[in-house]
Design a protein around this ligand. Structure first.
Ligand code: NCD
Ligand code: ZN
Ligand code: ZN
Ligand code: ZN
Length: 455
């Protein structure tokens, strides 16, 4: 990459030495030299370079920064829940260097104008990299325009009546899928079925059930499965790549495998909360553990872990879904679903690695290399010479307790409150720039980049 002459004559921006550097060919004791935002050398002795800044990483583990492809940054009219600054600080604290922002905001990111507005708001606030999803626009012709604006794909919420497209109308959905496929993008889907939810809700409300039972009963795995099958079939017809979000049940994984065997081009994601928690948690934390899809059974947990091992689940995401404390204090059925996850994903998963339940290679694949490939984030997701120096330095031995009061997120609650975890973020870097060090943000707002995907 760099010849001996250049090495002697020039100074690089950063040398990080004495680390354990993660590569897919094994861990290297050494470090990286970074210049102009790129890893120019990964070796046992990066200190042979002269550098403007040298960091002695004394035995800490250097990983590619995480790419969280399911994040609700909320900004614009919902900024009381989260904004691009607090959300990106939370990402930095969680070792996440790139987030993909979801379009279910106010205004909804389903027009060229709304996307432009969001980017303008993000530009001066972010401290990590941000890429964007768009929602389906009301005019089919705007699909191409949004694609040209560099989105990673389209996101649809078939259970949300406020969406501009009627997702019950299969002919119309097929036209959108075809238009998205022509632009070589994927469609990500929140798999839920409006008809099923409505029918179950009205049935269950007639019975003497608790609010929690009504909520769980009206969002069963069958509703998730039904949506997966329905849209996968349409995806096959339209030749469109699909990505199913926060897959939570055994039935869903079986349906995905079945559709893949019929030729559907499908990827999917799972969250730490669906892997680690069950519906028992809802009794303890009530609305603070209310999320969609709901936390499910121990059997579903087991099936999801099997899906990780057999490769059916391609990526891990936080589904960071912040809400205000007062919204979460509402009665169970009125309280919004979701909780923050940016600051708990890496520590909870590193804990699984520490206990030998998850291989580090698998974790890095799920949180870095695989999302980079699926969403075509160029030069990201691996520590390789020539790639962006988006990195996280972790102390894999440090034991600590999750305290939501200390979150950068505006949402200071979590179902993982008081969890004892192993593995702590020491520093996070974007393009070689340290953005957080021992829990303290050390850069001004706006140092992050907006990522536009080119196709
Ligand atoms: C998300 C939100 O609040 O935007 N809530 C959730 O429970 N996961 C929406 C979503 O991801 O479906
Ligand atoms: Zn330089
Ligand atoms: Zn969702
Ligand atoms: Zn979400």
């Amino acid at each position: 990459m760099i010849d001996a002459m250049t090495m002697i004559s020039s100074t690089v921006d950063l040398v990080l030495k004495n680390a354990k550097v993660f590569t897919f060919h094994g861990i290297i004791t050494g470090g990286v030299a970074v210049d102009n935002g790129k890893i120019v050398k990964l070796s046992k002795e990066p200190e042979i370079f002269r550098a403007d800044e040298v960091i002695d990483a004394k035995g800490f583990l250097l990983l590619p920064g995480l790419i969280d492809s399911h994040v609700h940054m909320r900004d614009l009219q919902l900024s009381y829940k989260e904004d691009f600054y607090t959300g990106s600080c939370a990402a930095a604290a969680g070792g996440i260097t790139t987030v993909i922002d979801m379009p279910n905001t106010a205004p909804r990111t389903s027009s060229f104008k709304a996307l432009r507005e969001k980017k303008a708001e993000a530009r001066n606030k972010i401290v990590v990299n941000v890429a964007f999803y768009a929602g389906f626009p009301s005019r089919l012709t705007e699909v191409k325009q949004l694609a040209k604006e560099g989105i990673v794909g389209f996101k649809m919420y078939p259970h949300d009546p406020s969406e501009e497209v009627d997702f019950e109308n299969e002919e119309q959905v097929r036209l959108y899928f075809e238009a998205v496929a022509e632009n070589n993008l994927p469609v990500s889907i929140h798999p839920d079925d409006l008809e099923t939810i409505k029918k179950l809700q009205s049935e269950l409300q007639q019975q003497k059930l608790s609010d929690i039972e009504i909520f769980l009963g009206s969002h069963p795995p069958t509703s998730e499965r039904k949506a997966i099958v329905k849209y996968a079939e349409l995806g096959i017809k339209a030749g469109c790549r699909l990505h199913f979000c926060h897959v939570s049940s055994m039935e869903s994984l079986a349906a995905i495998k079945e559709e893949q065997s019929k030729g559907a081009k499908i990827t999917c994601e799972a969250t730490p909360h669906h892997l680690l928690l069950t519906e028992e948690e809802i009794k303890k934390h009530e609305t603070f553990s209310k999320v969609l899809p709901p936390l499910r059974s121990q059997n579903d947990n087991t099936a999801l872990w099997a899906g990780i091992l057999d490769g059916t689940i391609n990526i891990l995401v936080s589904d960071h879904a912040p809400h205000s404390f007062s919204e979460k204090q509402k009665p169970f059925l009125e309280a919004p679903s979701g909780f923050p996850g940016l600051e708990t994903m890496l520590p909870t998963m590193l804990t699984k690695v520490a206990y030998g339940d998850l291989r580090l290679e698998k974790l890095v694949e799920l949180t870095s290399s695989s999302p980079a490939k699926i969403f075509k984030l160029e030069n990201k997701g691996m520590l390789i010479e020539g790639y962006d120096a988006d990195m996280v330095l972790v102390d894999v031995k440090e034991k600590w307790k999750i305290d939501p009061e200390k979150f950068y997120s505006k949402s200071k609650f979590s179902p993982f409150k008081d969890w004892k975890v192993v593995g702590k973020v020491r520093k996070t870097f974007i393009k070689g720039l340290c953005i957080i060090s021992d829990g303290k943000i050390v850069v001004p707002k706006g140092v992050g980049s907006i990522i536009n995907i080119s196709h």
